[in-house]
Design a protein around this ligand. Structure first.
Ligand SMILES: [Zn+2]
Length: 410
């Protein structure tokens, strides 16, 4: 049960954060790593820690921690998420997890629960990668999955390096790097996150548990044809890569649908890009995700096959380069099942996969990790239309408190 006082605590925190980094024109959030809006979010986090008498610290990579109990005791139960956003993002992706973490600690205290393990709330820096193009920088550095020099050399759209941005924000970029001792002190990490889809809404449940993060990747398709005059070149004489590209986009949709996977061409570049010119080259970027790596490989292979087949008919050369790949993340089964049971009075909480990446996915290789999802009735994410009802948010807080109590207090 959530008491009125705890509900008010959530609402107050939510209100305090609501204006930070919000763009007046779009209503979306622009909280990019190491900007003034990010600094305001970080200051808010520090104040929440201090208001509660939690021990506050920032680690070498800039992630923020608020500790209840002695971190050195080990086997800590950590919860949290991120406060940064995508360009014109919604209010919930990230902040819901951080605000709910503080509210869940408050609820535990209200219940008189006595943790036997250290508890912490974390804010991972630069999860979205909106400014420097790499997602989960804070957790990747900590887990040793991003080389410090590669991180320092990342640049934003204005040519400002991550190293310089950290310096401007008062951080030491020379200090960044793996933090195995910190990870070794964590016995479990639980990230609460707004659902980025409609599965919970369709099930009629406010809170669910993550089973896995789908494997996903990005592929660049290059279609090379021949530039020519749009007004004088007969159709039969053309080598138009736009046709091959268009057919490939349609094929991607069909192959994904047949396989129960996802495939999206969300970015395209055309050369020379004249209205009255047949293109010489089209580049399209495919994002594809599926429940398992074998299905994903099959879908991408089928799309590539369709592209080459059509390319042969159009006189267009097709080449495909995989630009990135993230393997499947299976969250720790025992922790996942324990969470589902802890949350289900009578009927266990639904267990569902997600197609979106998270800090929890990065940490899962080093630490037993789980995720809770809160219902998002629109299913929309990375947009101001992202939403969650206050009752569902409070149900998420209670669920997280149940999980923390179950893990740390028994
Ligand atoms: Zn997120």
């Amino acid at each position: 049960m959530t008491s009125a006082a705890e509900g008010a605590g959530f609402a107050t925190m939510w209100r305090e954060l609501a204006a930070v980094g919000r763009h007046a024109g779009t209503g979306g959030y622009r909280r990019y790593a190491w900007t003034p809006a990010d600094a305001d979010c970080r200051e808010w986090f520090r104040a929440q820690a201090e208001d509660r008498g939690l021990a506050y610290e920032t680690d070498r990579n800039g992630n923020q921690w608020a500790w209840l109990g002695d971190p050195a005791a080990g086997d800590a139960v950590v919860t949290g998420s991120h406060l940064d956003s995508v360009p014109d993002g919604g209010a919930f992706d990230g902040p819901l997890g951080v605000v709910s973490s503080f509210a869940a600690l408050d609820e535990l205290r209200g219940r008189g629960a006595r943790p036997r393990r250290p508890l912490a709330v974390v804010n991972f820096v630069d999860e979205e990668g909106a400014r420097f193009g790499v997602a989960c920088v804070g957790s990747r550095l900590t887990a040793g999955r991003l080389a410090p020099q590669d991180a320092r050399d990342l640049v934003d759209a204005d040519g400002v390096s991550l190293a310089r941005a950290m310096e401007k924000a008062g951080r030491d970029p020379a200090a960044i790097g793996p933090d195995p001792e910190r990870l070794a002190r964590i016995g479990a990490f639980v990230e609460l996150h707004v659902e980025q889809g409609r599965a919970l809404d369709l099930l009629g449940r406010p809170v669910g548990v993550a089973s896995a993060i789908w494997p996903h990747g990005r592929w660049r398709f290059d279609f090379r044809g021949e530039a020519n005059h749009a007004g004088t070149t007969r159709l039969v004489d053309r080598r138009d890569p736009m046709l091959t590209y268009a057919t490939t986009v349609l094929a991607a949709r069909k192959k994904a649908r047949l396989a129960g996977a996802l495939a999206t061409f969300g970015k395209v570049a055309v050369e020379p890009g004249g209205v009255n010119a047949i293109a010489s080259r089209v580049r399209g970027w495919l994002d594809s995700r599926a429940a398992d790596e074998e299905t994903l490989a099959e879908v991408v292979a089928a799309i590539e096959h369709a592209a080459r087949e059509r390319g042969a008919r159009d006189g267009v050369e097709v080449s495909v380069v995989r630009e990135s790949f993230t393997p499947v993340v299976e969250f720790a089964h025992d922790l996942r099942d324990r969470l589902a049971a802890l949350l289900g009075a009578g009927s266990p909480a639904p267990v569902l996969p997600t197609g979106a990446g998270h800090d929890a996915g990065i940490l899962s290789a080093a630490v037993p990790t789980a995720m809770l999802f809160v219902r998002n009735p629109t299913g929309v994410s990375h947009s101001p239309a992202e939403s969650a009802a206050e009752d569902d948010c409070l149900a998420g807080v209670s669920a997280l408190a149940d999980v923390l109590e179950g893990l740390a207090c028994r």
